[in-house]
Ligand binder design. Structure first.
Ligand SMILES: [Ca+2]
Ligand SMILES: [Ca+2]
Length: 497
């Protein structure tokens, strides 16, 4: 607009011998505007970023084929638009350390944040570690967030420019308790079933509404708003984390009698080292026996599946908003879950373990100019989100974060890839996921090994088979060299485990 104003003034006055001083004065006054417009245009050439974090979503999504009753047409649509990382894994099988790893760009074994305490922003040693949103803000982005991006809806101070609603896992005023709380059974957040209040009031819908407003409030590359910066928008959905609540409407789509329960094998745990049983205890989850004896297993699986569909609807609303606003062509969309979830497999529930159902996550990236409609089978890590976005957005490279950029794979999913996916649960307990195998090494030296090609449920631990020595040696090379002591949260006074 500033440029057209100058042209207009010049034409109007070209034959009138207008006072040159006046013209020069106008040009002088307009110079900052022109400079500003040039900067703006350069800035909005950078792609926007939409980060969609889903809580406790295992691989039960349509495009990963993890469960026959799972429906996720919108996540599938995103995968078709971009790239599905079909062998992607979290770096820790529990909320706080997984999300810390993603947002700070550090492995749990580097940061020492292994469990749900302490929050990383209470750890003095991490004060100088620049989080992903702060790095984007420092490089010309305006940053927004809503919902659960770190653990428990908390945020490091000043982490985002604009903070939207963060209603939490349970809405005290609205969510009715559905399964009576009992000692030794469902209690606390462990509850499931349909809620019947207005859908507009569900937390993930409230968060999606806010995010849609943010998207709509930004002009497109073709028609930027004054002073517009590209956006970095992080949206964290709370479901399908417990309580498994979603609108009653969705439950009707999933007849309980037709639900398939996940496969389990009798005595599956007999070939596990002792430490595995110790580490996989999820203290607040009801024991599997409770679900079986109370006849609640199918009901809980139905509720989890319904939450997936509900969350998927919110993902679809965000994608629709991007399309309608014209931002799709200039926005990188990253969707991931912070870790997986067990619903009875191995006779257990929740996450907290180093097996496939807890580490394998939906992970997809749709980036302008990259390959679309592709599936990448290489082992990948959520830790790669930060360096990948840095590279795709042309931000200065950082050498103080772990993880490798996925840009090579986004161009060619079959490119050479020497990396493995590493997941850590507590100090010195690691699992390495290759294309074909899972190797687990615990802090006492005990091991597990599974061949996922013939044993996708990880039922048969072949670690003691002498014929497997070579592959164990190969995979153990990927165990991190650094294994930090558990971090202490000096401000909150909570010790990590
Ligand atoms: Ca989680
Ligand atoms: Ca077994």
């Amino acid at each position: 607009m500033a440029l057209s104003l100058v042209v207009h003034l010049n034409k109007k006055n070209q034959n009138k011998n207008m006072n040159r001083t006046l013209l020069l004065t106008i040009a002088f006054l307009l110079t900052p505007l022109l400079t500003c417009a040039a900067t703006q245009n350069k800035s909005i050439d950078k792609p926007n970023v939409l980060l969609i974090a889903i809580d406790d979503l295992n691989d039960w999504v349509g495009c990963l084929g993890g469960h026959p009753d799972a429906r996720s047409p919108n996540m599938d649509r995103l995968a078709e638009r971009g790239m599905l990382f079909a062998n992607a894994h979290c770096q820790a099988p529990i909320c706080n350390p997984s999300r810390t790893s993603i947002m700070y760009g550090l492995r749990p074994s580097t940061s020492g944040v292994y469990m749900n305490a302490p929050r990383p922003w209470s750890v003095a040693a991490l004060d100088d570690q620049i989080t992903m949103p702060r790095y984007f803000a420092a490089n010309g982005y305006r940053t927004f967030t809503t919902g659960k991006i770190y653990h428990g809806s908390g945020l490091p101070p000043g982490d985002f420019d604009v903070v939207g609603p963060r209603p939490g896992q349970r809405l005290k005023e609205l969510d009715a308790r559905l399964v009576p709380a009992t000692k030794g059974g469902a209690k606390g957040l462990w509850d499931f079933g349909p809620q019947s209040y207005d859908e507009d009031l569900f937390q993930d819908r409230v968060d999606a509404d806010w995010a849609i407003d943010v998207i709509r409030s930004h002009g497109t590359t073709d028609s930027p708003q004054p002073d517009q910066k590209p956006f970095f928008l992080a949206v964290g959905f709370y479901r399908p984390h417990v309580p498994f609540y979603s609108p009653a409407r969705i439950f009707k789509q999933i007849p309980i009698d037709e639900i398939d329960l996940p496969p389990i094998k009798e005595n599956d745990r007999d070939d596990l080292p002792e430490i595995a049983s110790e580490l996989m205890v999820a203290p607040v989850a009801p024991p599997h026996q409770w679900f079986v004896e109370q006849g609640k297993w199918k009901e809980a699986v139905q509720s989890y599946l319904a939450c997936i569909r509900w969350t998927d609807e919110q993902v679809g609303r965000l994608l629709d908003a991007l399309d309608k606003s014209g931002h799709s062509k200039n926005t990188i969309v990253v969707l991931y879950s912070d870790h997986g979830f067990f619903l009875g497999e191995k006779g257990r529930w929740a996450k907290q373990s180093l097996w496939e159902r807890a580490t394998h996550v939906p992970f997809m990236i749709d980036a302008p100019g990259m390959k679309s409609g592709a599936i990448c089978e290489h082992p990948t890590e959520l830790l790669s989100i930060y360096p990948t976005l840095i590279e795709l957005c042309g931000l200065p490279k950082r050498n103080d974060i772990d993880g490798v950029s996925l840009k090579t794979l986004l161009k060619n999913p079959d490119a050479d890839w020497p990396h493995m996916a590493v997941t850590t649960h507590g100090k010195n307990n690691h699992t390495i996921r290759s294309h074909t195998h899972r190797y687990i090494q615990y802090r006492d030296g005990s091991e597990e090994l599974y061949d996922l090609r013939t044993d996708p449920n990880e039922w048969t631990n072949i670690a003691s088979d002498p014929g497997q020595a070579k592959i164990k040696t190969e995979l153990s090379r990927f165990i991190p060299d650094t294994n930090a002591d558990a971090a202490r949260g000096n401000r909150l006074g909570k010790k990590n485990k």
